[in-house]
Each structure stands twice: as C-alpha cells, then as structure tokens.
Design a binder for this molecule. Structure first.
Ligand code: ZN
Ligand code: ZN
Length: 324
C-alpha cells in the first residue's frame, strides 16, 4: 500500500489515524475538517523544519556566531513563537478556520479537486509553452509569491499601523535561528490573507504552494540565524543569506539614518536589486529598534508583546504614533 511505502508516509498515516482523527473526534471537530492526513502531513513537515533548526542552524550558532552573547536571554522567547506557530496556530488556522471558510465560499483547496480551473488566470493559460515544464512553472510561481512578500514587507515598514505590528519582529536584539516567526498575530493574519488571495487568483496547485512555502521558510529561518555566513558575491545576489537579512534588522545608524531601509526581500534579493533597496558590503550592525517603546518588547513575555503590539496598532490607527 502506497501509504506504507516509506517511513515518512508511515509516520503520517500513524499520526493521522491514531492521533489527529481521534483528537478531532474527541473535540467534536470532525465536521469542521475532513483532513486528518493533511493535518498530519503539515505537522510532520513542521517537525522536519524544527529538526533542521535544532540539528543544523542552532549548532551553527555555537560554532560560527556573528555576535557573541553571554546568554540568550532575549533570544529564548522566539523559540516559543516558532513552536506555537508550527504546532498550534498554523494547523488550527489552516484546517479549522481557513479551510472551512474556503469550502463555505465554494472553492476547494483539496488537491484531488484542484483549484486551477477556478483561478482567475494560470501560468499555463498565459503561456501554454510552460504547460510541460513543471519546474519552470514552479520557479515562476515561487518568484511571484516572493515579489508579493517583498511588496507586503515594504508596506509593513512604510504604513504606520502596519509598522506598529511588524515592529515586534524587529524589536529582537538577539536575532537568532528562531526569530523568523516572532511576529504579531494580526500582522501574520493580514499577510496570510493577501498570500492566500494571490494563490487563488493565479491558480497555484496546493502541492506546489506547500513546497514553496516550506522552501521559503527554510531560507528565511536560516537568514535570521546568528551565524557568520555569506553565500559569496554571486550566490548572495540569488538567495538571501544571514549577512543580508541581518542588515535589514540593523538599528538606525545616526550617521546614515536611512541605511536601515534595506534588504526587504525574503528569499530572492532580485527584488531589492530591481527596486533599489539592496545593501551589500556593509559590516554587520547591532540589531533591534531605537524607539524605547518598541525596544521594551524585549522585557516582555509572549502575551505582553502581543498586547503591546495591539496597543501600538490602535494608537497608529488613531493617528497618534508611528515612526519606523
Ligand atoms: Zn522588516
Ligand atoms: Zn526578519
């Protein structure tokens, strides 16, 4: 049987049958979603990503640290953000909120039905020559999503109410391999709604979408790691590396107050290069923000940070805040 053909599928099947399905049933949620296997797959992929952090990126921070810290006092909370998102918020949001909503509006996300025909336009329709070139199509979709993320990221810094939320990500002084998911949940919600909308508009297949999200996650997780790594003068123009993203997190340089407005791209630096926001060849700067009200996030716990972000958001909406 295909499901038992390798340990990965076996683990997913066991988790779905003996873990997720009984749990959904016990919580009376069976009617909300019909995807124990999909949930188990998402959890297994999350576990693989976390294993990558624990077994590769975190040890690298010990061997070749960019910054030397006497302790990881501020960094620790980011691990909680990552674990909570991967094993709690993401599966609950995706399968118990987003999926029923998508079913409700009549668009199927299930791979067996496909969402291609419902899309506004697909790549294969625009350029029939791509129909037989799956890898090229995948790379184009990846580039489109990364461009959307780049534009969202520019707005997160430029729009006061959005910066009020995104600044939580930037308040971290000890940028580290768990920092990618240190976000305000309202910020994540706005982002995911836009990205999901784009996914439906351009008809990316669910499997491709999942793959590009996972690959994008791995690049972004690594780019936050406190490691002395540069991909080199050619590869660092093609893929975001830790040196590149660390510059995006720099505190304001009083001598050059606009220098920190750089390196917004999440996976492909080409967007920064094209839009004139790329910064290369600069030495690493200390990370964080200079606004004491935002820097105070470092002294707060998870709920304190989320609450502070919400308060900043409310003040910005009321027009009473905001410098980025
Ligand atoms: Zn940013
Ligand atoms: Zn970041």
């Amino acid at each position: 049987m295909a499901a038992f053909s390798n340990p990965w599928h076996l683990a997913i099947t066991v988790l779905a049958v003996h873990g997720i399905a009984p749990l959904l049933s016990a919580l009376h949620l069976t009617g909300m979603t019909d995807s124990p296997v999909a949930i188990a797959t998402a959890l297994m992929i999350s576990a693989a990503e976390v294993a990558c952090i624990v077994l590769v990126f975190r040890p690298m921070e010990g061997w070749i640290p960019r910054e030397h810290w006497t302790n990881r006092r501020y960094a620790r909370i980011d691990r909680f953000y990552t674990l909570l998102k991967y094993f709690g918020v993401m599966p609950i949001f995706t399968y118990l909120m987003l999926q029923p909503f998508v079913y409700w509006i009549g668009t199927l996300t299930d791979g067996s039905h496909g969402n291609g025909p419902d899309a506004l336009v697909t790549l294969a329709q625009l350029a029939p020559v791509l129909r037989d070139h799956d890898i090229v199509q995948f790379l184009i979709y990846f580039a489109i999503f990364d461009l959307v993320y780049y534009l969202i990221h520019r707005l997160q810094h430029a729009v006061p109410w959005w910066w009020a939320l995104h600044s939580l990500h930037h308040s971290q002084r000890q940028l580290n391999c768990w920092s990618n998911d240190r976000d305000h949940y309202l910020d994540d919600l706005f982002e995911i709604l836009i990205i999901t909308g784009v996914a439906f508009l351009i008809g990316v297949q669910p499997v491709d979408y999942a793959l590009l999200i996972v690959l994008g996650d791995l690049v972004q997780i690594f780019s936050h790691a406190n490691v002395r790594v540069r991909f080199g003068p050619v590869l660092d123009k093609l893929l975001v590396d830790p040196a590149y993203h660390r510059l995006h997190h720099m505190r304001i340089d009083p001598e050059r107050p606009h220098l920190h407005n750089c390196n917004f791209a999440l996976v492909f630096p080409i967007w920064d290069i094209l839009f004139g926001t790329a910064l290369y060849g600069e030495k690493a700067h200390p990370c964080g923000v200079d606004d004491p009200a935002i820097d105070a996030d470092n002294e707060k716990g998870f709920f304190g940070q989320q609450w502070a972000g919400l308060q900043r958001f409310a003040r910005a909406l009321a027009g009473r805040s905001a410098a980025s």
